[in-house]
Design a protein around this ligand. Structure first.
Ligand code: CO
Ligand code: CO
Length: 357
């Protein structure tokens, strides 16, 4: 096996065993709505957050000052290096706890393994990569469940804790608040390029560094400064996850394309037609988006690219903007970019222009 920077490709290519890459293989938002119809809505005073607001994790109150945060995430190989895949999957699963303002406590592995095709040593590497990240998050790995399947799958169930009055949720964004993104966009495009041999894994080094960075520092900054809403950017892309905030908060938004942090090579690869299926589904679902005429089709693709282990999207009142940016820089988040603002509406409408007026 190669490391993530070495030129020789491993003989066994994990990405060749998967039909889609990372969170880009998640069901589209239209499909998800169909699935969620079958999940009964719960009315119970202990349930503080459920699927109703399309939030990142469920929050269940145990007492006046303690609540559990529970989430799960798993996907097919996004890179060929098994350790990096495990690390990315773990950082991605932990992210939903941070996106709720919580602290991870313990995790369980979810494994689907084609035992005939891929040796168990490779799975050992995947788990080792995940444990490196859970240890960094001071989150205990306590067990899991594995099945024999055709395509490799890996992810975690993460249980965390949050103070019931200090959750970060999709609801709470107000007109005039600013939007801040803490990691660059483009991981879906780069991972698809790797899978299609249009990029070697060394070209993914920045993306891998970003995807294995915990959103812990960003969440800590958000909690210390005070934000009105938050989520993490994953499979539905920037505009999809922003849409969830807008629906839950009953507001609209403006995004400045030129302010978006974007991984190098991503635009050029997308411009050559290397676009994940999940990203195409996101673009088709972006009905509430009003695009400025000078944005090219490739620019638009970048705005909806399905991210894996993306950054936090933070909604901050203007008076806290400077403090938040300082705290994010202090936490050394991969990006700390003001990318737009919340508007009064129409509810759910996102206007994307080159620069904010
Ligand atoms: Co999330
Ligand atoms: Co998630």
């Amino acid at each position: 096996m190669t490391d993530t920077t070495g030129a020789p490709q491993p003989r066994l290519r994990l990405t060749a065993l998967s039909h889609g890459a990372g969170c880009a293989c998640k069901l589209g938002s239209v499909d998800l709505a169909e699935v969620l119809r079958h999940v009964p809505s719960v009315v119970d005073p202990r349930v503080l957050v459920d699927a109703g607001t399309r939030d990142d994790a469920a929050v269940f109150r145990l007492s006046a000052d303690r609540a559990l945060v529970a989430t799960t995430d798993f996907f097919t190989p996004i890179v060929d290096d098994p350790r990096a895949w495990g690390a990315i999957a773990a950082a991605n699963a932990l992210s939903d706890v941070y996106a709720m303002g919580g602290t991870p406590l313990f995790a369980l592995n979810l494994v689907g393994w084609p035992r005939e095709k891929v040796p168990f040593e490779v799975l050992g590497e995947v788990i080792a990569g995940a444990v490196e990240i859970t240890e960094r998050a001071r989150c205990l790995m306590l067990g899991g469940h594995s099945i024999d399947v055709l395509e490799p799958l890996f992810g975690l169930v993460v249980i965390g804790e949050v103070h019931p009055d200090r959750t970060l949720t999709n609801a709470g964004a107000c007109a005039g608040d600013l939007l801040v993104l803490t990691k660059p966009l483009g991981t879906g495009i780069l991972a698809t390029a790797l899978k299609r041999d249009a990029l070697i894994e060394a070209g993914m080094a920045d993306a891998i560094r970003s995807m294995t960075t915990l959103n812990e520092g960003a969440a800590r900054a958000a909690l210390a400064v005070g934000v009105s809403a938050a989520t993490d950017v994953t499979g539905f892309g920037l505009l999809g996850h922003l849409g969830n905030i807008l629906a839950a908060s009953k507001v609209g938004a403006e995004i400045a394309y030129e302010a978006l942090p974007i991984l190098s090579h991503a635009w050029n690869l997308a411009n050559r037609g290397i676009v994940p299926g999940g990203t195409q589904r996101n673009l088709a679902a972006a009905e509430q988006v009003e695009w400025a005429e000078d944005l090219t089709p490739t620019d638009r693709i970048l705005c909806v690219d399905a991210q894996t282990s993306g950054g936090l999207l933070l909604v901050v009142p203007p008076e806290n903007e400077a403090a938040l940016l300082a705290a994010l820089r202090e936490a050394e988040t991969p990006a700390a970019a003001v990318i737009g603002r919340i508007t009064a509406g129409p509810v759910g409408r996102i206007r994307v222009t080159r620069q904010l007026q």
